[in-house]
Design a protein around this ligand. Structure first.
Ligand code: SF4
Length: 295
């Protein structure tokens, strides 16, 4: 089903948990960190939104606007700039004192989007959906959620598309990929039809021409692969349920995922646990995860 704010509230009031792949990956990475972020809703007061994440979000806003407004470039570029302007990366000084060029800038984003619009302006395909929040029941009482970027009808086939912006655009793993398998599950359940996927990559690099950074790649998973994904998701969610029942959330010491320090390090390095409550009060606030937004 397509999700509204009301749907999430209703599921929560019925005691139904709504998971997305980010939450499941968070639990796999460190149950203690998952507990603090997703069960207690803690967020560090001084946490700044990451520039690459906000750049990706701005690019999404630009492409969403382009498709929603009859491929109007100007409106789409304005949507990108509005979303990203306050997060733009500033040049830094390198070790030798020389200024290093910033990558995540308004100028680079506009060039990348313009190359994207020029490349795909003439393509013939029918857009069925543009940025849809979806939640579907995986097994009784367990709902999976995801925000699907686009769904197209291409030569009588249903294709869901996911836009990615990444510095690692040449090495992106499509198979296995828990997030994309979740999208296939959600789109097929929502539409009642078979669907395959398409990676829509907008790479991030200063040394390449922007046209070389654009890549589209189709992908799909067999029924066996989807069964294995489903069994794995169910098993991980059962472990999460069991951790909740026992109130046991072990640390896994994966404290710098994606080269970024875990926001709960001050809590895990406290010499005396009696000081914990005061530290929570002074350094964190409560803001629960919304599976349909960026963090
Ligand atoms: S600091 Fe390390 S051990 Fe503690 S919650 Fe974060 S990842 Fe887990």
């Amino acid at each position: 089903m397509k999700v509204t704010e009301g749907t999430i509230q209703q599921l929560r009031s019925e005691g139904t948990f709504l998971y997305d792949m980010s939450m499941i990956n968070h639990f796999i990475s460190c149950p203690s960190s998952y507990h603090k972020r997703h069960e207690l809703g803690l967020m560090r007061n001084d946490l700044r939104l990451s520039t690459p994440l906000m750049f990706g979000s701005g690019i999404h806003r630009g492409i969403e606007s382009w498709y929603a407004n009859d491929k109007d470039d100007q409106q789409a570029l304005e949507a990108f700039k509005l979303s990203f302007r306050e997060h733009e990366e500033q040049p830094k000084l390198g070790k030798t004192g020389k200024e290093l060029r910033a990558v995540y800038t308004l100028l680079f984003g506009c060039s990348l989007l313009t190359a994207y619009f020029n490349k795909y302006r003439g393509e013939v395909r029918t857009m069925m959906e543009n940025e849809i929040p979806v939640a579907e029941e995986l097994i009784e009482g367990i709902y999976l959620a995801g925000l699907i970027d686009k769904v197209f009808e291409v030569s009588g086939k249903l294709v869901f598309q996911d836009h990615k912006t990444s510095k690692y655009y040449q090495n992106f793993r499509l198979n296995p990929n828990g997030q994309f398998m979740n999208y296939k599950f959600l789109v097929q359940k929502l539409s009642g039809r078979k669907a395959s996927g398409e990676l829509d990559m907008l790479g991030v690099a200063l040394n390449n021409g922007v046209n070389e950074l654009l890549r589209r790649e189709p992908f799909d998973y067999t029924e066996d692969q989807m069964r294995e994904w489903r069994d794995s998701v169910v098993m991980w969610i059962k472990r999460m349920d069991s951790a909740r029942e026992l109130n046991q959330w072990p640390q896994s010491w994966n404290c710098e995922p994606y080269f970024k320090e875990c926001q709960f390090l001050p809590l895990c390095t406290l010499p005396v646990s009696s000081a914990r409550e005061n530290l929570v009060q002074s350094m964190y606030h409560v803001d629960f995860w919304d599976p349909f937004s960026v963090e």
